[in-house]
Every structure is written in structure tokens, then in C-alpha cells.
Design a protein around this ligand. Structure first.
Ligand SMILES: Nc1ncnc2c1ncn2[C@@H]1O[C@H](COP(=O)(O)OP(=O)(O)O)[C@@H](O)[C@H]1O
Ligand SMILES: [Mg+2]
Length: 279
């Protein structure tokens, strides 16, 4: 029997039928995610990342292969698994606390406990004082914090994040990455982050799963054995980033998700001279 919270994906394949033709989207994905692990998934647009998360959350059940949580097959959605999307998907007519409370709609806990949990999660995401604010009064980053609180309020074992910071400006994104790391440590849950930002993937992940497209497959799994807080300009960090980026070179031009590493991506005084103009 697998350890509680272990997610085991074995030979997972998924296809859609479009206008009578079979479109293979995921092929033979095999991946083990340990309890409390932070796993980043990167890959170009259209390589099946969102489809994979939809299968993991149980929104789609038509697939080949196996997805097991704690040794049992995932069937339908469950309070054990929360999800955050790129768009915050908050209801504009509900306040912050009511939006977060929606996460508890199906939870069988007394009202008093629900109120306490909502308040705790508002604090967890750093939004104390904004309980009664409406989405239009929030910045994009704050709205994503609410979405994270709503996904966590049920205390799921696994949080899935589908490009949650993709629409935010670079500074807000960097700040929320730090915050997400803090929340992950505080909550001790498994997080699976889909992103097309290689730096974000390495900054947060215990490992980075690199996918390749048509059909979506795992190209490589890159471990990130760096202590936190991680320094994006450190030599080891930049080396891993270059390693991950190299996986994309060789894919067709339109599939390259970011330009290759340039010398000014990291302060040159932190890099050995042989590295500076390597790519
Ligand atoms: N419901 C669907 N019906 C048909 N094709 C789909 C459906 N959902 C996704 N696809 C196709 O599957 C592929 C992967 O999509 P997606 O998982 O959204 O990729 P990603 O999130 O990596 O950008 C794309 O080619 C997309 O057009
Ligand atoms: Mg997607």
C-alpha cells in the first residue's frame, strides 16, 4: 500500500476526438509524487499540462493508465484536492470572505468552525483587513491570494496550480512565488504547479517535470536539490535553468517557450567566466 498522500501516475494516456479524428494529448505519462513534495511541470503551450491537471483533480475520467492516490483510483472531484487557475474565478458580487467560504460549501463542519477556518486562511494568504472587500477592489495579485485561500480552506492534501501567476506583472509574480513557498512550508501539503516560467518552476520545485508536445510526454525530470530561500542568480540555480532550457532546444522553433539563457540573466560576477557567454 502506498504511503498516505502518494500520487502515482502510471502509463497515463489521454486522447480527444475532434471532428471524427483522434487527437492524442497525453501519452504514457509515468510519475510519482511524494507526500508534501512540490512538483513543477513545465512545457510549451498545448502540450497537455491543463489536461493532466484536469485528470488529477478528477474533472475527467476518460483516460488510459492509472492515477492512484493513496493506492486508490481517483474518481471524481474531492475535497482532498484543491485547484487554482490562471484567472482567479472569484464571484464579483461576493466579498473576500464569502468567496473563500464557497470552498467550504460541501464541507460537513459546523458554521463556527467554518468561520474560524475562513479567518485563518485570510491570514495565511496575507489578506487580513480585506475580509469584506469585493473582487473589484483587489489587485490581480490579491485576487490570486483569495483564490489560493479558497482552494486551501478545505485543508486538501494536494493543491494543483495551473499557471496561477501567468497574468501578473513580474514583481507581483516574484512576491507571490515567495508567498506560495511560505504557504507550502506552513501547510505541509503536496503542491503541483504548472507553469511556462522555467525560473518559477526551479525557484519553487523539488523537481521539475519537463514535458514535450504532440502528444504530451514527460521529456525529463530534473531534481532541484537547492536549499531555500533560493537565489535566482546563484551559479547552481542558473546551471539548472540552463539544463532545463536545453531540453527545449531541438524542439521546433514555435515550441521554444523562452529565449535561451543570456549572459545578463544573472549578474556576471556570480558566474565563472567560462559560463558568461556560453549560450
Ligand atoms: N475538450 C477538448 N477537446 C478537444 N481537444 C482538447 C480539449 N481540451 C484540450 N484539447 C487539446 O489538447 C491539447 C492540450 O491542451 P491543454 O491541456 O490545454 O494544453 P496546455 O495546458 O499545455 O496548454 C491541445 O491541443 C488542445 O487543443
Ligand atoms: Mg493550460
Amino acid at each position: 500500500m502506498a504511503h498516505a498522500g502518494t500520487l502515482t501516475i502510471s502509463n497515463l494516456s489521454k486522447q480527444y476526438e475532434v471532428k471524427g479524428e483522434v487527437l492524442p494529448v497525453l501519452k504514457d505519462i509515468t510519475l510519482t509524487i511524494n507526500p508534501g513534495e512540490f512538483v513543477s511541470i513545465v512545457g510549451s503551450s498545448g502540450c497537455g499540462k491543463s489536461t493532466l491537471l484536469r485528470l488529477l483533480i478528477g474533472l475527467e475520467e476518460d483516460y488510459q493508465g492509472e492515477i492512484l492516490l493513496d493506492g486508490g483510483r481517483i474518481v471524481g472531484t474531492s475535497l482532498e484536492r484543491g485547484i487554482v487557475f490562471q484567472e482567479h474565478r472569484l464571484f464579483p458580487w461576493l466579498s473576500v470572505e464569502k468567496n473563500i467560504g464557497l470552498g467550504l460549501l460541501n464541507a460537513k463542519v459546523p458554521e463556527e468552525e467554518k468561520r474560524r477556518s475562513i479567518q485563518e486562511h485570510i491570514e495565511l494568504v496575507g489578506l487580513s483587513g480585506f475580509e469584506t472587500a469585493y473582487p473589484y477592489q483587489l489587485s490581480g495579485g490579491m485576487a490570486q491570494r483569495v483564490a489560493i485561500a479558497r482552494a486551501l480552506v478545505n485543508r486538501p492534501e494536494i493543491l494543483l496550480l495551473d499557471e496561477p501567476f501567468g497574468a501578473l506583472d513580474a514583481l507581483t509574480r516574484a512576491h507571490l512565488q515567495q508567498e506560495l513557498h511560505r504557504i507550502w512550508q506552513q501547510e505541509s501539503i503536496t503542491m503541483i504547479l504548472v507553469t511556462h516560467d522555467v525560473e518559477e518552476a526551479i525557484y519553487l520545485g523539488d523537481k521539475v517535470v519537463v514535458m514535450e508536445p504532440r502528444p504530451g510526454r514527460v521529456r525529463r525530470i530534473v531534481p532541484v536539490a537547492l536549499a531555500h530561500p533560493r537565489d535566482r542568480a546563484a551559479y547552481e540555480f542558473v546551471r539548472i535553468k540552463e539544463d532545463v532550457m536545453r531540453e527545449f532546444i531541438g524542439q521546433p522553433a514555435e515550441e521554444v517557450i523562452e529565449p535561451p539563457l543570456r549572459a545578463h540573466d544573472a549578474p556576471s560576477d556570480r558566474l565563472p567566466s567560462t559560463f558568461r557567454f556560453a549560450v
